[in-house]
Design a protein around this ligand. Structure first.
Ligand SMILES: Nc1nc2c(ncn2[C@@H]2O[C@H](COP(=O)(O)OP(=O)(O)OP(=O)(O)O)[C@@H](O)[C@H]2O)c(=O)[nH]1
Ligand SMILES: [Mg+2]
Length: 189
């Protein structure tokens, strides 16, 4: 009997930046941003169907891609080790119109990407705008920890296809990471 491949992708970043709305769009439960802000309590896990999943042969219903929509509130910090364990990909989201965010983003990187040992290939950054935006000549830049990680400017008001495309490419890398992780765990047994 073959083992089910569980792929775990985290959505991380400060509070009130759009992580839940982006996660819901990717999971196909919404088309437009919600009117009201409802902070995530701890964490939500969503099952997602991705295009890359359909390209991998012989997986069929043996592949489960989970999106872990994590609260940006640092009071849940005690739960973080259970969250980064066996993560296969990270989607970082920050408010691209708030200059204070790069400092906080370092904490998210240090607390998740580092202990989970995920390289740039397994991470993406959404510099998210909570309203329709035009390209800025002087965008807010993240610190050196994020060097090498693909950053795209997103908004649910006008960048929906870009969000879906970037997520699919992250999911592809995460699926590969999960298959290697599974092989390694089998060979240890
Ligand atoms: N118009 C518009 N509003 C957005 C967009 N993204 C997020 N919002 C709004 O921003 C607020 C916060 O969004 P959430 O997705 O709940 O933020 P979060 O990052 O999950 O916040 P926490 O759960 O507290 O960590 C909500 O009121 C959303 O409707 C967007 O692209 N366009
Ligand atoms: Mg949320």
């Amino acid at each position: 009997m073959s083992t089910k491949l569980n792929v775990k992708i985290l959505v991380l970043g400060p509070k009130n930046v759009g992580k839940t709305n982006i996660s819901n769009l990717i999971a196909g439960t919404i088309e437009k941003p919600s009117e009201r802000y409802e902070p995530t309590v701890g964490l939500r896990i969503l099952e997602v169907f991705t295009t890359p999943a359909t390209k991998i042969k012989n997986v069929g219903d043996k592949l489960l891609v989970e999106l872990w929509d994590v609260s940006g509130d640092r009071r849940y910090e005690e739960t973080w080790p259970a969250i980064w364990k066996d993560a296969d990909g990270i989607l970082f989201v920050f408010d691209a119109d708030d200059k204070s965010q790069p400092k906080e983003m370092e904490i998210w990187y240090r607390s998740f990407a580092m202990p989970a040992e995920l390289s740039a290939k397994h991470c993406r950054v959404f510099a998210h705008h909570k309203q329709p935006h035009v390209a800025s000549s002087n965008p807010i830049k993240l610190g050196s920890a994020f060097q090498g990680i693909n950053v795209v400017h997103t908004s649910l008001d006008n960048e929906v296809d870009l969000i879906r495309g970037e997520f699919d490419s992250l999911a592809q890398a995460a699926i590969e990471h999960a298959s290697i992780r599974l092989e390694k765990s089998k060979s240890k047994k």
